[in-house]
Ligand binder design. Structure first.
Ligand SMILES: Cc1cc2nc3c(=O)[nH]c(=O)nc-3n(C[C@H](O)[C@H](O)[C@H](O)COP(=O)(O)O)c2cc1C
Length: 396
């Protein structure tokens, strides 16, 4: 029995397996609205073998977008576009569909990574907008200085996180993930490197956690049983004066007390002078393991998880409960199918593609040497918890 392809229940929601398509910004929205690109991109990933596909970081207000091309979930039109997307995606496969909600804070109003440069602040001529942060401190000299949020501004954003969560549930998402990592607004509040406030929203660790926890609590109250609520956390700032894994554990404990269902343990991107070690395979798995041990919460490991054996080993060793991949799925949108074959799992395919199942296509063993070829001759002979149970065409 494979660990990777066994079901996982989070917050009353059962995922068909423990493989997640990590949220990935596409910078392809128009006015925050999902486009055909999102349908094609995510539709392909619904046919990847992953049990959960999480839609990219989606802003809770227009000013919280990273770029002009980021999704938002603030208006009726944006909700309708995402609801339509979910309906069409759901028709494609049994994978569950989630969304990540966030706010870019001082890293907003940026160029997308393929628009000249590495995502620095937009010039006024390209439609820059004022950004917000805990303190009037830019990311670096080439970034705009954000406006330090007032207490009223923070309260309004807590309400915006809640409103977007409500819209996400209405739009049909079954997993809602709060983005508190990667140097965006909630992470900026958490870290003493970026939060220099002296009021109730800064200073002590308790104060720095206040806004992220208020947002999480407000969202939790609106996410019903049967939907899972997760948080993506930065496990370390990789900076001697920044957050450490101990701080992340404290934050994780506080999130658990609020009823969060799972945590994805990531890191990086808060400050330009972070001393980030070179990423090696599984470089962040230890973070997920530590938080899982300390809190008892299910965790998701992410970062340079590259092949099926590695993913299986992480889960077998109980270092994490789920694994997320990003670039691996861009490289190979059938990563999950190939991982199943490598682990000897007889995964169901959509009927339209059943002719390419390992048991139906002798070419498979040549293209994927070492993969297992199940002895069933038709998909219906081996219905899988992961998928389609309609029989495909007979072997031919
Ligand atoms: C194109 C792209 C877009 C990304 N966008 C997001 C995002 O919207 N939210 C997020 O939390 N992480 C985002 N990430 C980070 C990934 O989710 C993931 O944590 C990271 O790429 C490490 O995993 P990998 O080694 O499997 O790629 C993005 C990564 C890529 C490659």
């Amino acid at each position: 029995m494979s660990h990777l392809f066994s079901p996982l229940t989070l917050g009353g929601l059962t995922l068909p397996n423990r493989l997640q398509v990590s949220p990935m910004c596409q910078y392809s929205a128009v006015d925050g609205l999902a486009q055909d690109w999102h349908l094609v991109h995510l539709g392909g990933l619904m046919l990847s073998g992953a049990g959960l596909v999480i839609v990219e970081a989606t802003a809770v207000e227009a000013a919280g977008r990273i770029t002009h091309g980021c999704l938002a979930l603030e208006t009726d039109a944006q909700e309708a576009a995402l609801a339509g997307l979910v309906t069409r995606l759901r028709a494609l496969s049994p994978a569950r569909i989630g969304i990540q909600l966030g706010h870019a804070g001082r890293r907003g109003s940026a160029r997308s990574i393929w628009d000249r440069g590495r995502g620095e602040s937009l010039p006024v001529a390209e439609g820059a907008w004022p950004t917000k942060g805990p303190s009037a401190l830019p990311y670096n000299d080439s970034w705009a200085t954000p406006e330090a949020l007032s207490a009223e501004g923070i309260e309004a954003l807590v309400a915006a996180f809640a409103a977007s969560a409500k819209r996400a549930v209405r739009a049909g998402f079954e997993v809602i993930e709060l983005h508190a990592a990667h140097g965006y607004l909630l992470h900026q509040f958490l870290s003493p490197r970026t939060n220099l406030r002296t009021d109730a929203w800064g200073g002590s660790a308790e104060n720095r956690m206040r806004f992220p926890l208020a947002a999480a609590a407000a969202m939790r109250a609106l996410i019903p049983e049967g939907c899972a609520f997760g948080v993506r956390v930065s496990s370390t700032d990789w900076h001697p004066e920044g957050l450490t894994l101990e701080d992340a554990v404290d934050f994780a404990r506080a999130l658990k007390a609020l009823g969060v269902d799972y945590l994805t343990m990531s890191a990086g991107n808060l400050v330009p002078d972070a001393q980030i070690p070179k990423a090696t395979p599984g470089h962040q798995v230890g973070f997920a393991e530590r938080v899982r041990q300390e809190t008892g919460l299910p965790t998701c490991a992410v970062g340079m998880i590259l092949d099926a054996a590695q993913a299986e080993a992480i889960l077998e060793a109980e270092q994490a409960d789920m694994v997320a991949l990003a670039r691996g799925f861009l490289d190979d949108p059938r990563w999950g199918w190939h991982a199943a074959a490598a682990l000897g799992v007889d995964l169901a395919y959509p009927p339209q593609y059943v002719r390419a199942r390992p048991n139906n296509w002798t070419g498979f063993a040549r293209v994927h040497p070492g993969a297992a070829v199940p002895d069933s001759t038709r998909q219906a002979d081996r219905p899988s918890g992961a998928g389609w149970d309609r029989p495909g065409p007979a072997k031919g």
